[in-house]
Design a protein around this ligand. Structure first.
Ligand SMILES: Cc1cc2nc3c(=O)[nH]c(=O)nc-3n(C[C@H](O)[C@H](O)[C@H](O)COP(=O)(O)OP(=O)(O)OC[C@H]3O[C@@H](n4cnc5c(N)ncnc54)[C@H](O)[C@@H]3O)c2cc1C
Length: 442
């Protein structure tokens, strides 16, 4: 069910609006909630429907990896009876859509913004599928997963082999009979490989460099320990990888069936075929780098280092927590496999991530890699903000747990500019934005 099916159709888009929010996912709704609280007139422009990414880009057995208590949308904390559980896909959709219904944000569904450019008179012009809109300030809340990545050598695979991206994967029945190759072991790849494996499909898995983390350790969910350790409040500047954390791969673990580890070594003992990084296809043969052993070992090392942190925290605070033995690898490859005959497989699921597409944003705020430069979502262009990107400010910025803090920060900047009585494009507006973001970051 979409918001437009439950709410009366909005009136036509205004030609001018103080604030335009692009994107009606959880980030767009969160900033809208803060703007409603502050009485700031705005619109939310959503090309499809509210929360549709959770409907259209997730598989049937999808569930959160983060525990429900971390769902902390502003004004809408998780209220269910299973805070330590992991919402299933339809429950997530319900959570986000009932949030929208709770405060009736001014969302215009089915309105795609096709171009954003500075307006001559100050502010921004948004070319949309429903006509042109001028906005003094704009928040880009368009998510961090724009275009699915499929490698160029995918075209070298025989036509007989069905190929889809993790975003298109729904269930094992969707794939033709025969073995399946899953490429990538981030959260999506590892969980899709498990989904196929549990359905009795023979899976070949190209293991990447993603780290893994245990679901539970010493009597609690690891997320709960990391929360107590302050991990989720750490700003990106303090992360050991700095801003590179923004493009890092997520740890693999699952919330399925109440939550458990994903142990690729155990899968191997049950018949899953593991390989290292897929490097290409030549003469009908898929080639892999000799890095399977290294990737499995590194994933275990990351898991171990998180447990070290937890042990130190428990010791330092004298916490009474059960002692738990460390993980002992249950399998290791005799040698790193280098090849797989394409004749052995009937389908491929590409789970190697997404790339950004900001080509429609014609404002000079992007770095050489095409990433919007910003400090806590405040770009150098007066009145232009980004929200909801992974590690925009903290670990939770691109997730349910940290979006409230980021949305509040951006809403404050928006009201600062509004209170200064400025129209964007004026030097004073930039000064206010820069000064106030610098003071908050400090
Ligand atoms: C596989 C996967 C698993 C995840 N698991 C978890 C988890 O367990 N826990 C957790 O907290 N987070 C998780 N996340 C991360 C995060 O919660 C989601 O990515 C979430 O959808 C981000 O919300 P968002 O509003 O920032 O972006 P999105 O949900 O992507 O919403 C952006 C919206 O902008 C719209 N849009 C884009 N461009 C335009 C345009 N030009 N004009 C108009 N509208 C536009 C889109 O249609 C979309 O509705 C997961 C993400 C993925 C991909």
């Amino acid at each position: 069910m979409t918001l437009t099916e439950t709410a009366p159709a909005r009136t036509a888009l205004p030609q001018h609006v103080p604030v335009a929010v692009v994107g009606g996912g959880q980030a767009g709704l969160s900033i809208s909630w803060h703007l409603v609280q502050r009485g700031v007139e705005h619109v939310v422009l959503e090309r499809a429907t509210v929360a549709h990414e959770w409907v259209d880009a997730r598989w049937d057995t999808f569930c959160l990896v983060t525990p429900n208590w971390q769902c902390q949308l502003p004004g809408w904390p998780y209220r269910g009876d299973d805070p330590d559980g992991f919402m299933l896909r339809d429950e997530i959709v319900d959570y986000v859509r009932s949030y929208a219904a709770s405060f009736d944000p001014p969302v215009h569904e089915g309105v795609a913004v096709t171009r954003l450019s500075p307006a001559a008179e100050g502010g921004y012009t948004l070319a949309t599928s429903a006509g042109e809109v001028h906005a003094d300030q704009v928040v880009l809340a368009v998510g961090g997963y724009h275009l699915p990545v499929v490698p160029p050598y995918a075209t070298a695979l025989p036509e007989r082999i069905a190929q889809l991206h993790s975003q298109q994967y729904r269930n094992p029945g969707q794939l033709p009979e025969g073995d399946v190759l899953v490429v990538g072991t981030g959260q999506s790849g590892a969980q899709i490989a498990e989904d196929l494996h549990l359905a009795g499909r023979r899976v070949h898995l190209a293991v990447g460099s993603a780290p893994r983390i245990a679901r539970r350790y010493r009597g609690r969910d690891v997320v709960a320990w990391l929360h107590d350790l302050g991990h989720y409040d750490m700003p990106v500047e303090q992360h050991r990888d700095g801003e590179a954390a923004r493009v890092g791969t997520n740890h693999y673990v699952t919330g399925r069936d109440g939550g458990r580890d994903i142990d690729l070594r155990t899968f191997a003992t049950q018949g899953m075929q593991l390989y290292g990084t897929l490097t290409g296809v030549r003469d009908g043969v898929l080639r892999f780098a000799p890095d399977l052993t290294a990737h499995l070992d590194r994933a275990d090392a990351v898991d171990d280092s998180a447990k070290d942190l937890i042990d130190r925290h428990i010791a330092a605070h004298g916490i009474d927590a059960p002692v738990e033995p460390r993980y002992v690898p249950v399998w290791a490859p005799a040698e790193d496999p280098s090849a797989l005959d394409a004749a052995a497989i009937g389908s491929v699921v590409w789970a190697i991530g997404f790339r950004a597409d900001w080509s429609w944003v014609k404002v000079p705020v992007f770095d050489g890699a095409g990433y919007p430069t910003h400090v806590r979502g405040v770009t150098a262009a007066p009145g232009l903000f980004v929200l909801g990107l992974p590690w925009l400010h903290t670990w939770g910025s691109g997730r349910f747990s940290g979006i409230a803090r980021d949305a509040e920060f951006v809403a404050d900047r928006i009201t600062d500019l509004t209170a200064a009585g400025t129209r964007t494009g004026l030097g004073s507006a930039l000064a206010v934005a820069a000064a106030s973001s610098a003071s908050r970051v400090a």
